[in-house]
Design a protein around this ligand. Structure first.
Ligand code: WAQ
Ligand code: MG
Length: 285
């Protein structure tokens, strides 16, 4: 099996000026500060699926609403090991009408998941900050300490994908609802991989896209819980926080999240819209 990754970017003003000054110093590949990220995506494929996947990623990179890229990097990498095969988390949407209600729900979900209030505060403060990380912050569930090795970049979850069979099963479950199924599918794949890491207790995610105001909470116990109106429209603040157990081996967790290949091959229920209390009830809380 193969991991295909796509990253599209365009030069910022500063980078353009430097290129004309000293072309010979410009090595391809490394993302500089002045390179503006446009889109990225990845998946896991069998060899026969590679050409179609490349075509899809290329089209997607060229059609992104964030702008036109001047560089598209496609990486096709053989997986060194057979991917772990997982069932995606069950999905629910909680009825939520405002960011302040969302904050209350997140607080309740974190508390029910054994996350201390100081760890919850660290996470909520982080998600409100102006400078979003490219990856996720790691916060210890009891002490609230941040432990990601690179606090500016965060941890980037990678080597993950879904079989075409499971992807169409998910689409069927979500059909007929006015929701962004591609975005949800990709977030669900990531959340499923993250929750499968034994050292992770829970995750919170808020999109950095100013128009996308639905975020989620995820854990093995409560599944993937979509939270509408988690932020106000127009804000480009967002991010991800993974809560780790305090005795976690951070290096091993990071290695799993970044490097261990995981393929979603089965799907779970879509519970539809419900109140947080109905959700707790459903999971016998
Ligand atoms: N690994 C770790 N963190 C990441 C990754 C990754 N591969 N990709 C993005 N992030 C972090 C980074 O800090 C981003 O700023 C933040 O997550 C948000 O990323 O069911 O669109 O791609 O309707 O903006 C949730 C869908 C959508 C909710 C999430 O995230 C739903 C989304 P975005
Ligand atoms: Mg985004």
């Amino acid at each position: 099996m193969w991991n295909i990754r796509m990253r599209a970017s365009k030069k910022g003003k500063r980078q353009k000026a430097e290129d004309t000054k000293q072309d010979f110093h410009n090595t391809a590949g490394a993302q500089t500060d002045s390179e503006i990220h446009i889109s990225g995506a990845e998946g896991i494929y069998s060899e026969s699926e590679i050409p179609a996947a490349l075509l899809n990623y290329t089209k997607r990179a060229l059609a992104h609403t964030r702008g036109r890229p001047d560089k598209i990097v496609l990486t096709i990498e053989a997986l060194g090991q057979k991917p772990l095969s997982l069932r995606s988390l069950p999905v629910a949407t909680v009825k939520c009408i405002s960011p302040s209600e969302a904050k209350q729900y997140i607080t309740d979900l974190l508390q029910e998941s054994g996350i201390s209030s100081s760890a919850a505060k660290t996470a909520l403060d982080l998600l409100k900050r102006k400078n979003t990380l490219r990856g996720a912050a790691l916060v210890l569930a009891a002490s609230g300490k941040r432990v990601e090795p690179d606090a500016l970049r965060g941890v980037r979850v990678s080597r993950l994908g879904i079989t075409s069979h499971a992807a169409s099963a998910l689409l069927k479950k979500m059909a007929g609802r006015r929701i962004d199924t591609q975005r949800i599918t990709e977030a669900l794949i990531l959340a499923t991989k993250v929750s499968s890491c034994k050292q992770v207790a829970a995750e919170i995610c808020i999109s950095d896209n100013p128009d996308y105001t639905t975020g989620y909470f995820a854990s093995r116990r409560f599944g993937y819980v979509r939270i509408p109106h988690i932020k106000r429209a127009g804000s480009s603040r967002g991010g991800r926080v993974f809560f780790l157990k305090d005795d976690a081996d951070v290096g091993a967790a990071v290695h799993y999240l970044e490097k261990t290949p995981v393929l979603i091959s089965k799907t779970d229920k879509y519970l539809g819209e419900l109140s947080l209390y109905e959700l707790f009830d459903h999971y016998h809380k």
